[in-house]
Design a protein around this ligand. Structure first.
Ligand code: MF3
Ligand code: CO
Length: 250
């Protein structure tokens, strides 16, 4: 069942999204060679608490941290660690979910550390743009497959692969609601988009093959071929005025 949100509920999610977006802006300034992903996690957790919000990922199905911090070949769900010290040329995806008064917002952002190689920068740029290609299709009357297909067509034309094993989702007072939002697949298929649906669009693109494997910790998902992976994620509402970005960074 897809839970349709009222404009009031969407505005509550937007308040959570503003805290999340502000937190990402601070993290962007912190990311430098020498910082650990645990420092970023601790900062994000405190930032949320200081703003009257809570980190929804912490304790979610036993996940132990406020953020996921996925470095280089890690696709998603990487554990923050004080041993994981970022170095020049790395990329790190910071993913977090803010809970403000029971309403959620979810956004992941990839960051280059120091000076990154041209191909790495292209991966970041194309992954971000692929998210926006999907968001453009998030309009009343389109179908989920229109979002999926726009992302896949663009990403593959630019020479990257789209991860299959992790997908976007509905969100509201629960982190994962219906519908599922794959970032690949045919246009014209799937659930028709209606006003008041709130979704995440969160493509993960790899330089090499799309295949993923999970570490023995049960969470950390990596590219099977060791290639770099990036991800950008926004939470957005389907409205009469088009897609409304709940996690927009200003
Ligand atoms: N933010 C993630 C998503 O897009 C959820 C991470 S899983 C968690 O669905 F366990 F860390 F919460
Ligand atoms: Co998400």
């Amino acid at each position: 069942m897809i839970v349709i949100k009222t404009m009031e509920e969407i505005m509550k999610m937007k308040q959570a999204g503003e805290i999340l977006a502000a937190c990402h802006k601070e993290i962007a300034k912190m990311i430098k060679p020498g910082i650990s992903t645990m420092e970023i996690d601790k900062f994000a957790e405190k930032f949320m608490l200081d703003h009257g919000a809570t980190p929804e990922q912490k304790g979610y199905h036993g996940y132990p941290f406020a953020t996921c911090a996925s470095v280089n070949d890690v696709i998603c769900h990487g554990f923050p660690s004080k041993e994981m010290i970022l170095k020049d040329g790395d990329i790190v995806t910071v993913d977090m979910v803010v809970n403000l008064n029971g309403w959620l917002a979810d956004s992941a952002w990839s960051y280059g550390v120091g000076q990154v190689a041209p191909q790495t920068q292209k991966l970041l740029d194309v992954t971000k743009e692929s998210m926006y290609k999907g968001i453009e299709k998030a309009v009343i009357g389109n179908r989920i497959g229109d979002i999926s297909n726009a992302i896949q067509v663009y990403a593959e034309a630019e020479g990257f692969s789209v991860v299959r094993d992790f997908i976007g989702h509905g969100i509201g007072s629960e982190m994962h609601e219906e519908p599922q939002v794959p970032h690949y697949g045919p246009a014209g298929r799937g659930t028709r988009l209606k006003e008041g649906m709130v979704l995440t669009i969160e493509p993960m693109l790899n330089i090499g093959k799309y295949h993923a494997k999970v570490d023995p910790d049960g969470w950390t998902a990596r590219t099977v071929d060791g290639s770099l992976s990036a991800q950008y994620e926004h939470t957005l509402a389907i409205t009469a005025d088009g897609p409304f970005l709940i996690t927009k960074q200003t």
